[in-house]
Design a protein around this ligand. Sequence first.
Ligand code: 5GP
Ligand code: MG
Length: 483
Amino acid sequence: MAIGKEQAYYKAARRAVTALNSDASLKQVLHTIVRNIARAMEAGVSLVLLDSSRKKLAHSSSWGLPQFYLRKGVLDADKSLSEVLTGQPAVIGDVGRDSRVQYPEMAAKAGIVSMLGIPIMSSGLAAGSIRVYTREPREFTNQDISFVTTMANLAAVALGSSLLREEKEEAEPGRSQTPVEGAALRKARSVTFAHPSEEEFARILDFYDVEWIYEPRSFPLRWEADRITEMFTPDFYLPGLDLYIELTTLKQSSVTKKNRKLRHLRQLYPEVKIMLLHKNEYDRLLARYGCGPLAHTRARGIRRVLYSPAEIEERVRALAGRISKDYAGRRPILVGVQRGFICFMADLIRYITIPLDVDFITMSYYSASDHSMFKFTKDMELNIAGRHVIVVEGIVDTGMTLNSILNHLRPRRAASLAVCTLLDKRVRRIADVPLEYVGFEVEDEFVVGYGLDYEEEYRNLPFVGVLELEKPESEDRAGSHKK
Ligand code: 5GP
Ligand code: MG
């Protein structure tokens, strides 16, 4: 079920190289490196850089480590892991019993047991280091060490090229720079999102293993003579999906302005795919994961019936008819995901007229409090190699759940992999997964019934209805977005 380590390492390195080879800022590249090590090794990771005195280590970027541990202050370079100065990897099996660890009590509080430190070498000098922390005792293998070393080398390349860029931009004659000076580097020492909701969004993307780059590129929109007078910088770029995403505030004035800019951008750059996520849509998305201002809104009941039992039956019969024809002689495996499929799949299989198998798959939900990665909480039991698989969903919204599931099923070499969903909320799609069988296309409203729940309620309604949610006390409580 887990993809092989080698494959995970290769993917991480490839993503780091993609970021390095993009317009992304230095801090963004370093952050991408850190996140991808964390993901591939299933560990906490931090990247620290030596300051210009070469005596202190400043925390630059990290992933999967508690805040208090990161705020433990600057470390003394010669007291903290000496690998930084010697250029050697440091492997620490038990953090509690190793004198090289400067804050063992903090490490214990953070639950850190084992640790790997790899220097970032730039022009033969140590510029900083990357540390990997695990909560269980881990023996780091040569493969692990060589992977982190490769990533550290990429970090060094990023540092070097940003220094070159900077030297060109603000050449100061007579002043020689050590590998760790300059404005780009100072900026690189802290990863800052303009708004906490953006960070939350980044964590959700991470959870679903969707690669992102924050504020990757500014699009010039207006010029006067040679001078650019207006630009637009989308919040996120998702390289794997080739999609830009802009998060917006609720303030009507700024939304209108943004809409105008976006129209303009689409005219000037028709090849650019960009999606605008309004604050209320975005808050609803967060609420699904139990975070954001709408997290605990109560439902007032059903506002209206969207599809009656008779309408549903007619559609489900039609889908079953198509599947029976398309898969004749191929005995497909229907795989229900999460729980929303329950009524749909129960009806669907009864109208399908060819032999079939059923199986189920369940994945973990994003949780704002722990930075875990997506995993299956219940995997399939049938072997799908060489078989025709139809993944059955109740509703596809952003597509990220399905995207993760398909990505994990793909290496298992099914003969074919298709998706059948009762409802398709296409307007909100982020991961553009192909949907072969769709019951109904719905708008961006929260729907329940016929298997779909709101906080585990309403699944047993025989129809699909639109839920009426209570308004939060203050619509703009979370403040407005930047810009
Ligand atoms: P995605 O990953 O495509 O954004 O989300 C798919 C999951 O979100 C579904 O399996 C479902 O649990 C939930 N979901 C998204 N929109 C709705 C909705 O309108 N109603 C209900 N009940 N669940 C939804
Ligand atoms: Mg924004």
